[in-house]
Design a protein around this ligand. Structure first.
Ligand code: NAD
Length: 359
């Protein structure tokens, strides 16, 4: 199979972790007889420095024209004072909107080898943590009107939270379809006791539910959900929620599984061209030190193979190799525990390559 992958290395640790993921993709191609070519794309702070824009239109075009996009991370303190529309994060929002990826899917699954890294009590972890958060990605408050004005002697800031029922329906369908492929339990999370947008959300989910009688739909208020994720995470199979709630809940979910450095994500829309990235940021505090954990990015590449290219055996091969390296006791600093062998970013990449064999 021939595929062209747009590669956004980005800022901070981005280039280091993406470098390791590309080595893993190259090894996969060699093992299974595929041809992956890469188109380099500038986005984030590095694009601001080079082009004065966090995502110049021709860079977005390269992504849209590719078979899928692999992203490290963008942003950092160097660009903290850049004005709003030119901030590195705006590049990411424009990329998601430009690719039409409206669904962000983040697995919250505990690796048994890292169970003790979870901050939750063993009695809670032992019940199992294996759920997915399906987050609406290109609507809601992050994409509404943002305004700061002065009224009398006061400054006032307003952020608009807006959803249409078609936006809710398409993400709701992804939630139901995802649940169908898993344990058939969907929890719709909103704040319908306060927000109109949430009341619309809830009504659309219930309307859709009639089309998915095999999926059990429950509703949960977002504040309760934040508590339940730490109190009893085993109750969840698939959570579907709006953009800002999903942003916050998925970070919380990532913490209970151990390390932010381990977790991949996929963002998908109507086509198979998806955006794959680890859930963490550019970690400027450890950039350039070769100590970042590349596994979240490597597993994101595996998700790309599975969900965009339909290459499940190849994805399994990568995930098995990650498991074998963890079984061997190798850990990057963020997940290292007494008795384990601490390795850097490149060495972790080397070890994963060594353990990749055709299943
Ligand atoms: P962060 O995720 O970059 O870092 C939080 C903490 O986790 C830091 O201590 C960091 O060292 C550690 N960490 C993160 N990834 C790691 C990895 N792979 N291996 C080991 N340790 C890791 O979050 P932050 O510090 O809040 O943000 C830093 C910058 O990243 C900001 O500019 C922010 O806007 C940006 N950011 C970008 C994205 C993205 O590109 N998708 C997402 C979130 C934050």
């Amino acid at each position: 199979m021939k595929k062209n992958i747009a590669v956004i290395r980005g800022d901070g640790i981005g280039p280091e972790i993406v470098g390791q993921a590309l080595r893993v993709l190259d090894r996969t191609a060699a093992l299974y007889g595929h041809e992956f070519t890469y188109t380099e794309v500038d986005m984030g702070g590095c694009a601001i420095d080079k082009w004065g824009d966090p995502l110049p239109p021709e860079m977005l075009q390269k992504c849209v024209a590719s078979d899928s996009v692999l992203l490290g991370a963008v942003g950092g303190p160097k660009w903290n004072d850049v004005p709003g529309p030119k901030r590195p994060e705006k590049g990411l929002l424009r990329l998601r909107a430009g690719m039409g990826v409206y669904s962000n899917n983040r697995p919250a699954k505990i690796w048994p080898q890292l169970a003790s890294a979870s901050p939750l009590k063993p009695a809670i972890v032992e019940k199992g943590i294996d759920f997915i958060i399906v987050r609406e990605l290109i609507g809601g408050i992050y994409f509404g009107k943002h305004e700061t004005m002065t009224e009398g002697s006061e400054k006032i800031a307003v952020d608009e939270l807006r959803y249409s029922d078609s936006e809710i329906e398409r993400i709701g369908r992804i939630g139901f379809e995802t649940a169908r492929k898993r344990r058939r339990k969907l929890c719709s999370v909103e704040k319908s006791n306060v927000l109109d947008s949430s009341r619309l959300w809830k009504s659309v989910m219930h309307r859709l539910s009639a089309e998915y009688p095999d999926v059990e739909l429950t509703d949960m208020l977002v504040d309760n959900c934040a508590m339940q994720i730490v109190k009893n995470p085993s109750q969840f199979d698939v959570i579907v929620t709006e953009n800002m709630f999903g942003d916050i809940l998925s970070d919380e979910a990532s913490m209970i599984t151990g390390s932010i450095g381990m977790i991949p994500s996929s963002s998908l829309g109507e086509t198979s061209c998806g955006l794959y990235e680890p859930i963490h940021g550019s970690a400027p505090d450890i950039a350039g030190m070769d100590i970042a954990n590349p596994i979240g990015t490597i597993l994101s590449a595996a998700m790309m193979l599975r969900y965009s290219f339909d290459l499940s055996d190849e994805a399994d091969c990568i995930e098995r190799a990650v498991g074998a390296v963890l079984d061997g006791g190798y850990r990057t600093a963020d997940i290292c525990e007494p008795g384990c062998r601490k390795v850097g970013c490149t060495e972790m990449g080397n070890l994963i390559l060594e353990h990749m064999t055709k299943g």
